[in-house]
Design a protein around this ligand. Structure first.
Ligand code: PRP
Length: 224
């Protein structure tokens, strides 16, 4: 009796997804489409709607700014989120990371002119510009035990060393072409990155079976 009730409850309620706007959301929806879960409304590029529903599978999707995705998931406004590992590490929210989706692969690195290599080796008190101050702080203070000054920027971080705002930067490197074109290089690698699926801890408990089924289906599809 209890089992039947649990099942009914879990199938009745919508499972809500927060997707990081842009390429991540596009790739995630492609993945769902491959599993037979489509959301026609969302394909309309001109729509101003914010929430999209798949009635059949009782799934809801909404698009959010990447750094807000872990916030929606921590508070339970979304059960599940898809966002880059860079954002998960930077935001440090209370969420479970359950799946590496395998796309959006890149690296978090310390970059700068070759001349800055020496400053890093000698643990000098340098200036580090980054869109990811928490990741930068954790790397320099907790892993390298190096005291540095961290300067938060909001984009085009490569400018930092070029205009003498900072000695190095902590940033995402994908193809490396932004660095090359600006005479900069990877000096140290912090960690690999890719798109991840995160889950609200309460949703994970209340909707275990449903979420597990979905994660298993995605995992199978990714590894095929
Ligand atoms: C990201 C990142 C680098 C660039 C790396 O910037 O911050 O600047 O991409 O890619 P690459 O190694 O392939 O050149 P994004 O385009 O997101 O813009 P931003 O500089 O405004 O953050």
């Amino acid at each position: 009796m209890k089992l039947r009730l649990d099942k009914a409850m879990s199938e009745d309620r919508y499972l809500t997804f927060a997707l990081g706007k842009g390429r991540l959301a596009e790739k995630t929806l492609e993945l769902f489409q491959d599993l037979g879960i489509t959301c026609e409304e969302m394909k309309d590029k001109n729509t101003r709607k914010l929430i999209f529903v798949n009635e059949e599978s009782k799934l809801r999707f909404f698009l959010a700014k990447g750094p807000d995705v872990p916030t929606y998931v921590e508070y339970g406004a979304a059960d599940i989120g898809v966002v880059g590992r860079d954002t998960i590490l930077e935001e440090n929210r209370n969420v479970y990371e359950v799946l590496d989706l395998g796309f959006g692969k890149c690296r978090m690195c310390v970059c700068g002119p070759q001349s800055a290599k020496e400053l890093l080796q000698h643990h000098e008190r340098i200036r580090v510009a980054s869109k990811y101050p928490n990741i930068a702080r954790d790397y320099f203070y907790n892993k390298k035990h190096q005291t540095v000054d961290i300067i938060k920027l909001n984009g085009s971080v490569e400018l930092g060393p070029l205009v003498a705002l900072s000695d190095v930067i902590v940033d995402i490197v994908e193809t490396g072409s932004t660095l090359r074109e600006n005479g900069l290089a990877v000096l140290e690698e912090i960690c690999p990155l890719s798109a991840r699926m995160i889950v609200n801890p309460v949703s994970m408990q209340m909707q275990t079976e449903r979420i597990r089924r979905l994660v298993n289906a995605l995992q199978k599809h990714i590894h095929n």
